[in-house]
Design a protein around this ligand. Structure first.
Ligand code: FES
Length: 284
């Protein structure tokens, strides 16, 4: 039997993470898992996956070198989700309790919240102290708002910590800020129209677009819920393959020339250059 079973997720790779704070090296055990659900729930660029898994494995090695007792589960298609694997590990080591730092993703948090009842083991979710803002602070801010705009929340945080604030301007005097998408600035005022077919999650949708609009914006404006994140050409979440037509990519910090030649595009940076375009989010 072990004391606490400390679960560390792939975005919690820090020796300062709260779940490691009171860990007892001779009693507690750390569990890190590569499970297929986390890899497959949205499309990721291969390089991003390699980076994350490599970082996890290096971190596990670092923990072992520091004398922690670590069980590391490497990727295997049959290991579907955290809960199933955790359940199996608990039958092996029978921990007194499970500890985890608050997952950053709501989806994962909802899964973690079910563990205590499902496994019949006490589960402690610790605050993630790496963030400037506590969840309660955000909830308090959100409670009194009619409209939840992250831009307004970030502005409040920047005022509080005096970050990214023009030194000549008193933060208390900033009431409104205007941000522009860099890509939009580069687009000509060409208003030609065309049609895009979007394949995502085995469904096909056709929409009309204006060639003055970024591909991702056209898709989202038509309420098609494709993956994206940074909208700055950095994260690769919006990656798709162009099957027909031409686009122009304004910024790209992740795709190699070979990948571009093979048809991969970042939709958040793509401006249509043909009247008929087919893009496939599934084939990446
Ligand atoms: S959304 Fe991040 S690169 Fe497109």
């Amino acid at each position: 039997m072990v004391g606490n079973l400390v679960v560390i997720l792939g975005d919690q790779l820090s020796l300062e993470i709260s779940s490691l704070e009171k860990i007892k090296k001779n009693e507690d055990k750390i569990l890190m898992m590569e499970v297929s659900n986390e890899i497959e729930y949205v499309n990721h660029h291969k390089k991003k996956l390699v980076l994350i898994l490599s970082a996890m494995r290096h971190f596990a090695d670092e923990l072992k070198k520091n004398g922690f007792n670590v069980t590391y589960i490497e990727f295997d298609k049959s290991k579907k989700n955290f809960t199933k694997e955790l359940e199996y590990q608990c039958t092996k080591c029978n921990p007194k309790s499970i500890k985890i730092t608050h997952p950053s993703e709501y989806r994962v948090l909802e899964e973690v919240k079910k563990w205590e009842k499902l496994l019949d083991i006490p589960v402690t979710i610790l605050e993630d102290t790496r963030f400037f803002c506590k969840i309660d602070e955000f909830s308090e801010w959100a409670e009194s708002r009619k409209e939840l705009k992250m831009e307004n929340f970030y502005q409040q945080m920047r005022k509080k910590y005096k970050i990214l604030i023009d030194n000549k301007v008193n933060p208390e005097k900033i009431f409104f800020e205007l941000f522009k998408n860099k890509v939009s600035e580069k687009i000509s005022s060409n208003n030609d129209e065309g049609q895009i077919e979007i394949i995502y999650d085995n469904c096909s949708n056709k929409i009309n677009f204006k060639s003055s609009e970024i591909l991702l914006d056209s898709i989202l404006n038509n309420n098609i819920d494709v993956p994206y994140s940074c909208q700055g050409g950095v994260c690769s979440s919006c990656i798709a393959r162009i099957k027909k037509g031409k686009i122009d990519m304004k910024t790209n910090q992740i795709l190699t020339n070979q990948e571009i030649n093979e048809g991969l595009i970042l939709t958040c940076q793509s401006i249509p250059k043909s009247k008929n375009i087919i893009i496939d989010f599934d084939d990446v």
